[in-house]
Ligand binder design. Structure first.
Ligand code: AMP
Length: 529
């Protein structure tokens, strides 16, 4: 027997219909790269998205075809998200910071048919065009072409219908080894994820929220914000450039209450605030994720009365996995204890399950004891099952996806990430967390950035070295940094050497590339080894 409720498939076009119907006049503001500004609203986004579906149909785009974007954050990019899924297509957001061989691989692997791009990325298009074998149509967002293209349509159209398990979006992971891998989101998984994002512990949206997403629309589905934002009818403020001065000015002028970005974005914002003395008085909710948020960052935002949602997730998890939410005994906690809680990666929302397994023997599930660290596995309705076009599932026989992260789960369910599986340093059979060493190192006032890697050691197998970039004008020696670290980590964790460099290599999403760093130090010999 089936239940007797209405059929209302979980397709993401319901989001834009709702936003246009219930929050139609809520503004969507764009500050473009040339400094100009445009304003539309949710009703306007829906109308343009419908016109785009008509224009795509005219190009012969079929259900399931991949429609790619190579663009920063702006209203037309938002239109293209809904236009692409509206025609029954699969939106493929490409990260313009990828290397050419990755760009070549992913567009061809995805079999992209149409590419919408920002004029700023024209050099990439010119370079890649001869190598991209499936793209038939190139449309520029900001030279009048996009406007003319959809301008020829009247917007009197229907969204494509289909199954809620149909794909709607494709994102490739940055991948530190091998080719990038595609994660194919479904309408259903995206809808469940969008509704989950509204929770206070995650985006904390209501109809008064004004969100400036600094996280790019090409990174991990912009954390699902363009979908969740529509369901809550938030006002979006987009900036096509990521300059801290521009962002701060926009935040204050538009009354931005919510923002989201990786730690480096917040660092740049703080620097600008310190240089100019400005505040962000309207800001009340900051989502920080993508890599670990340093303690001082959380402290500073909390002291300014901002609620910090320190989030862990991956492209493979849509990406919401956990967020550092308030605990039931929040009122009894001191400020320091509250920062301790927020510094960890937090707890799952309903719909995500976590477990850790032994790093050496993955059949052994570890206790949630707040002490034992292991390989982090995850499952749920918006977690990957299989990579795009892969022949095998990416999950264990009992359905868990191995994240490649290493962490501890506390008795109350709080996740504390300690490393990546590939980055933990094994010394004398015991694990050293490179992340904890790095976190301790950046706590030193003269250290701008630090990365710990394992170096071969004949006796201990591996020993850590710490690679450090000093802050401009700062002077500090290896011994001083070691003494500082000794206050935070066990003595046997202390790096055998500290190397000062001008720059640490970063990947396309701005994270430290340990692989490149290890390559750089491949022939490094420890003095006493
Ligand atoms: P990506 O798929 O590019 O979004 O990268 C996902 C990876 O980023 C995760 O597997 C983690 O290693 C890392 N990551 C994401 N959020 C956090 C966080 N809050 N703290 C530490 N690492 C994080």
């Amino acid at each position: 027997m089936l239940g007797a409720m209405q059929d209302w498939d979980l397709r993401v076009t319901h989001l834009i219909d709702h936003a246009a119907r219930e929050h139609g006049s809520r503004e969507i503001v764009t500050r473009w790269a040339d400094g100009s500004e445009t304003r539309t609203n949710w009703a306007g986004i829906r109308h343009d998205a419908l016109r785009m579906t008509q224009a795509l149909r005219r190009l012969g785009v079929q259900q399931g075809d991949r429609i790619a974007t190579l663009a920063m954050n702006h209203a037309r990019h938002l239109v293209s998200w809904y236009g692409a899924v509206g025609v029954g297509g699969v939106l493929h957001t490409i990260n313009p910071r990828l290397f050419d061989d990755q760009l070549e691989y992913i567009a061809n692997h995805a079999e992209d048919r149409v590419l919408l791009y920002d004029a700023a990325f024209k050099p990439i298009i010119e370079r890649m065009k001869p190598k991209w074998t499936t793209i038939r149509h190139y449309i520029c967002f900001d030279n009048g072409e996009f406007e003319d293209w959809i301008g020829a349509e009247d917007g009197v159209a229907e969204w494509a219908s289909g199954d809620e398990r149909d794909p709607c979006m494709l994102c490739y992971t940055s991948g530190t080894t091998g080719n990038p891998k595609g994660v194919l989101y479904e309408h259903r998984s995206t809808m469940l994820h969008a509704m989950t994002g509204l929770q206070p512990s995650i985006f904390d949206f209501d109809t008064r929220s004004v969100m400036l997403p600094v996280v790019p629309m090409f990174h991990a589905a912009s954390w699902g914000l363009p979908w969740a934002g529509a369901s809550a009818g938030v006002k979006f403020v987009f900036s096509a450039v990521n300059d801290a001065a521009v962002l701060c000015e926009l935040m204050n002028r538009e009354g931005v209450t919510h923002s989201a970005g990786v730690p480096t974005v917040w660092l740049a914002t703080f620097k600008h605030m310190d240089e100019t003395g400005i505040d962000l008085p309207a800001l009340r909710h900051a989502i920080i994720g993508g890599s670990a948020a340093p303690r001082f960052m959380i402290e500073r935002l909390m002291k300014a009365g901002v609620n910090v949602a320190h989030a862990w997730g991956m492209t493979e998890t849509s990406p919401i996995g956990t967020t550092g939410a308030m605990t039931w005994d929040w009122a009894d906690k001191s400020f320091e204890e509250r920062v301790d809680v927020k510094q960890m990666q937090g707890r799952v929302p309903f719909g995500v399950e976590l477990r850790t397994v032994d790093l050496g023997d993955p059949t052994v599930v570890l206790p949630r004891d707040g002490k034992t660290s292991g390989a982090l596995q995850v499952r749920g309705p918006w977690i990957i099952k299989r990579y795009f076009k892969a022949e095998q599932d990416a999950v264990t026989p009992d359905g868990w996806f191995d994240t490649g992260d290493v962490g501890i789960i506390h008795p109350d369910g709080t996740l504390q990430l300690t490393d990546r599986t590939k980055d933990v340093i094994k010394s004398g059979g015991e694990w050293i967390s490179s992340v904890e060493l790095e976190n301790a190192a950046v706590g030193h006032p003269a250290v701008a950035e630090a990365a710990a890697i394992g170096i071969y050691h004949p006796k201990w197998d591996e020993r850590p070295i710490l690679v450090v970039v000093k802050k401009p004008g700062a002077e500090v020696g290896a011994e001083e940094i070691k003494a500082h670290l000794a206050q935070h980590v066990a003595k046997w964790w202390l790096p055998d050497a500290i190397e000062f460099v001008d720059e640490i290599p970063h990947g396309a999403t701005g994270k430290i590339s340990k692989k490149d760093l290890r390559d750089q130090f491949r022939d490094y010999k420890l003095a006493e080894a």
